[in-house]
Write a protein that binds this ligand. Structure first.
Ligand code: GTP
Ligand code: ZN
Length: 352
């Protein structure tokens, strides 16, 4: 099986990045999937299973973000005994990074080199606007173009009106409404699924991400059967992976993202709340917290009905989380502070 790497995004920029690793026993490849330290990679000659080379392991020991992840371009060495190892991970153009609990960690990279980062949310049950805002901040922070995909349109009589309410939580972000079941709206993804482009899907479990990948690719590729090591029968593992699209391009599914500290970037948050950022420029004080300051344009906008109170509350919550996550990374947060933060969040949630 031959793989057209350029269709997967291999271009002059990556070629230049790769040149220091260009030697007869090495070849470029894109990581499709990582499974307990073993990577499935796509080379021009087809898929290869590769373990991590010494240099990569060494770097990853110091910084978990250096572990290869789905979407990475890597240098693979083929050994005479048919083993393959990943010898280098090329610089990532974009990366979805989730903050981890570990205080000395730069975070966990969930996906790399996306061109479009799509927040996937089902239309039924009702879309969760807070979750969309949170994932949108992650999408912006990753550096790819953000997109919102609303799935399961076949379950609603009027998906367009729900899409309109979602637009309030995502100013300026294109929204695609589709159904993986009927295929309606799939063609709207064409600008994002084409040769050289990678579409990444970020969304909660059950949003319909794997169904969407299957619909885009046209076959069932997202599941696999694995023989259990102890021989006690089979179990089915859903895996997340980069999947080449027959007409060119790739889709990358990420694991269902739970609502835990996901930010590493203030910029992502500001981008996701562009309406608040624009208003903030009109506040009397440059460093206005939009709390109770006089001359606060954000509070005025809420009072006049221009800005939904829900939107400001959501921004505040994510801002607090971000501040907290940053401090935790700076290792200045004690266990009791973590506890106090959790309690405070619980109390806030309990309030009507
Ligand atoms: N009616 C309808 N159901 C859908 C559609 N897409 C997915 N579903 C259903 O929604 C459920 C979840 O779909 P998945 O594709 O497994 O969702 P996922 O986001 O990959 O979820 P995880 O695998 O748990 O991460 C399944 O029961 C699907 O059959 C759709 O377009 N219409
Ligand atoms: Zn203000």
């Amino acid at each position: 099986m031959r793989v057209d790497l350029s269709s997967l995004g291999w271009d002059d920029g990556f070629k230049a990045e790769y040149s220091p690793f260009d030697r007869p026993d090495q070849l470029p490849a894109r990581v499709a999937r990582v499974d307990r330290g073993v990577c499935s990679v796509l080379t021009a000659h087809g898929p290869v299973r590769a373990s991590l080379g010494g240099e990569v392991l060494h770097r990853a020991a110091a910084d978990p973000a250096a572990f290869p992840c789905a979407g990475d371009w890597v240098a693979v060495r083929e050994w005479p005994d048919d083993r393959a190892t990943i010898e280098a991970v090329l610089a990532r153009r974009t990366a979805v990074v989730r903050a981890t609990v570990s205080k000395d960690s730069g975070g966990q990279v969930l996906a790399a080199n996306l061109d479009t980062a799509a927040v996937v949310e089902p239309l039924d049950p009702d879309p969760d606007l807070g979750r969309i805002e949170r994932l949108l901040a992650l999408a912006y922070a990753c550096g790819a173009s953000p997109l919102i995909i609303l799935t399961k349109a076949d379950l609603l009589a009027d998906p367009a009106s729900v899409a309109e309410s979602v637009a309030m939580a995502a100013p300026g972000v294109p929204i695609v409404t589709l159904s993986a079941r009927t295929g309606a709206g799939l063609d709207l993804l064409r600008p994002h699924v084409r040769p050289g482009r990678t579409l990444g899907l970020l969304g909660p479990s059950g949003a319909g991400k794997s169904s969407l990948v299957n619909a885009i690719v046209g076959t069932t590729v997202m599941w696999t059967q694995e023989q259990r090591a102890d021989g006690r029968g089979r179990h089915t593992t859903t895996f997340r992976a980069l999947v080449p699209v027959p007409g060119g391009g790739a889709v990358l599914d990420t694991p269902g993202l739970r609502q835990v500290g996901m930010f590493t970037s203030e910029a992502g948050l500001d981008d996701a709340f562009d309406d608040i950022r624009a208003l903030a420029e009109l506040c009397r004080f440059k460093r206005c917290a939009h709390d109770h300051e006089p001359g606060c344009a954000v509070l005025d906008a809420v009072a006049s009905g221009e800005l939904a109170p829900r939107r400001l509350a959501s921004w505040r919550k994510l801002k607090r989380e971000l501040t907290f996550a940053t401090r935790r990374r700076e290792a200045r947060v004690t266990k009791s502070e973590i506890y106090r933060h959790r309690r405070a969040e619980q109390r806030r949630r309990a309030r009507p």
